[in-house]
Design a protein around this ligand. Structure first.
Ligand code: B4P
Length: 192
């Protein structure tokens, strides 16, 4: 199964993708994790991305596409994948569509996790305390939410128009949200 998780920062994409990975036995590809790994490794790309991410801005489309092409060239994605954090704007959605068609792996399904803004802010504040992530400070969070509303939310329409979108209520316990996603995926295939 080839699946993309959509939703605002704090909506639970990374959290649920980690669980879905176990259930579906396909790799979890998080562009945020890939970028944080580059930052931690101190690579040229990581040095470029570090300040941009800490400020809550989007890293360039070019860098992201290169990273994704590289990731999809690895053989573990042949049986499917869960994509999390990409696409974040229309240019990325178009680039992804072309890339996946080119490698003969078109997207099967998009799940949007829907969570009200006040709860997003609360969750990220909780993570800021627990993990101290550089972009979880209030100013960057405001920026990330604005970018989501203006640039990422329109991408949801793209998947709706392609008949691939299902919207899942992201409010509730981790188990409740996980079970809702499985229910939404059940009619697609092989998921119980
Ligand atoms: P991401 O790593 O994608 O960060 P995120 O949007 O905050 O989502 P994440 O998946 O981490 O959080 P989750 O909702 O699971 O991106 C970080 C940055 O990288 C971006 O700002 C950008 O700079 C850069 N970047 C990444 N992709 C890019 C792209 N395509 N283009 C350009 N730049 C890109 O969880 C949040 C918190 O909520 C957690 O603490 C979790 O425990 C909690 N939570 C989750 N579900 C919950 C539930 N049901 N109940 C209570 N708490 C819950």
């Amino acid at each position: 199964m080839r699946l993309v998780l959509l939703g605002a920062p704090g909506s639970g994409k990374g959290t649920q993708a980690a669980r879905l990975k176990e259930h579906l036995q396909v790799p979890h590809i998080s562009t945020g994790d890939l970028l944080r790994a580059e930052v931690a490794a101190g690579s040229k790309l990581g040095l470029e991305a570090k300040e941009i991410m800490a400020a809550g801005n989007l890293v360039s489309d070019e860098i992201l596409l290169g990273m994704l092409e590289d990731r999809f060239s690895r053989p573990d994605t042949a049986g499917g994948f869960i994509l999390d954090g990409y696409p974040r704007n229309q240019a990325q959605a178009d680039a992804l569509d072309h890339l996946l068609k080119r490698i003969g792996q078109p997207m099967d399904f998009a799940v949007q996790l829907e969570v009200p803004t006040e709860l997003l802010v609360e969750r990220i504040a909780g993570r800021a305390q627990a993990e101290g992530r550089a972009d979880d400070n209030p100013e960057s969070v405001r920026k990330r939410l604005t970018i989501y509303d203006t640039q990422t939310a329109p991408v949801i329409e793209f998947y709706r128009q392609h008949g691939q979108l299902t919207v899942v209520n992201g409010v509730g316990s981790l188990d409740e949200v996980f079970n809702r996603i499985l229910e939404a995926l059940a009619p697609v295939k092989e998921v119980g």
